[in-house]
Design a protein around this ligand. Sequence first.
Ligand code: G3H
Length: 520
Amino acid sequence: MDVNSKPVKSDKYLIDGQIHTWNGEFNKVYSTISLTDTYQPTFLGEVPNLTEKEGLAAVHAATNAYDNGQGIWPTMKVSDRIKCVENFVNQMKQTRSEVVNFLMWEIGKTLPDSEKEFDRTIEYILETIKSYKELNARNAHFSNVQGVNAMIRRSPLGVVLCLGPYNYPLNETFTLLIPALIMGNTVIFKPAKLGVLLHGPLLEAFNCSFPKGVINIVFGRGRELATPIMKSGLVSVLSLIGNSKAAVALQDLHPYKNRLRLILGLEAKNPAIILSDANMDLTVSECIMGSLSFNGQRCTALKLIYVHEDVTQEFLEKFSNKVDELVFGNPWEKDVFLTPLPEKDKPQYIKELIDDALQKGAKIINKKGGIITDNYIYPAVLYPVDATMRIFHEEQFGPVVPVISFNDIEVPLQDMSQSNYGQQVSLFGKNSTVIAPLIDSLINLVCRVNLNSACQRGPDVFPFTGRKDSAVGTLSIHDALRSFSIRTFVASKDNSYNNEILQELLDSKKCNFINTDYIL
Ligand code: G3H
């Protein structure tokens, strides 16, 4: 939706290879971006509020398409599945401007970051295709061990329920959906609460790229749709990027828990640890990006900053000045860094966290910190923060930066050990004698130690995972292919009788599993 265009009535959904038109109840989509003199959310359009009936239809369509692993898609040649994904990505490229526009309006992401999200997703799909070809090539041989010949590959798992997050409604959703599909699974995808309209332009591309029932896209409330889908017991993989409580609630609905594989990217409370010899200018600029890019609405955002007491004042001064220089505006405006918060209750929630900290002894260090408007609250640098405050424990997922001073490195290490989360840490410092043992401790508390740089997911070839309540399973271009598949093989005793059969299977090219074809 451009500034001047009309609201969109998105009344389509995809089940069983058919784009249906919805005539029932709709959910209204508003943007917290206001274009009027007095604040007014902008009405963007409507999306279907599908019911249990459509949820069940979607899971049955996916189940039929999978057909206990006998369906066209799970048994298809790897090269043919790749062609379908290539076809999809070529069509998806045509939707760039429309999707980018929705990203700005629906979730308030800046224009450069919305474009980056789209382009990164295209890149992710292309790299996934490349990685699958390599995986296929590596497995295209027989191993002979103890008189047994075996061809070992990876096969699909079944029906995947895919639920993405609102902060990366395109990219993170597709980092689940695309590997799930390419490995031969069938999928039901329900977008998050925000970032829904942007999927409308992609429905047709999905529908004409994959066989019927392989991808089903439904819109509506999680409780209404995901509940019957999980209760059906037909889902083999729950893949979700979001909240750990929601993940537990969904697992609990599944009647056969041992059949359910989990691939989860959940919340985090990534700390920065700033040592006394850290390069302060570099540290400040990485902490700004780490804590406040996309207003701190990233699972990888820095959500607690520990600073050595020798440099606390210097850090607070430089960091606060930089925070107050950040420009707030609408996503398409030039040089804008802070943008409207897409969740309408978020400014108030952040204010509650700030008020709680103030009552318990913290102060707002920067001049603009905590200034609240209808759709924003200016980032507050809070200091000194301690464990009695809500901000210490809760994942703020928004613009507020708590700072803690320490003189003993055991303090952040202990806090991290006690934390429910274990995704990443940023460590700022120079002296390798100090850093060496710290890395050895930190790497067993989280899964990625970022030396003198902000926490982040990318580059996407690197493993993205976490300990404790931060993740289940590992995602990366390569790892996601493994996560959405299972190792399978054909084995036979190494004798002339069997080998002749194997040779015939190879020569005839009739078997999609036993082949040594190299896909360029
Ligand atoms: O919300 C969590 C995302 O995975 C973060 O990704 O580090 O690329 O912003 P990012």
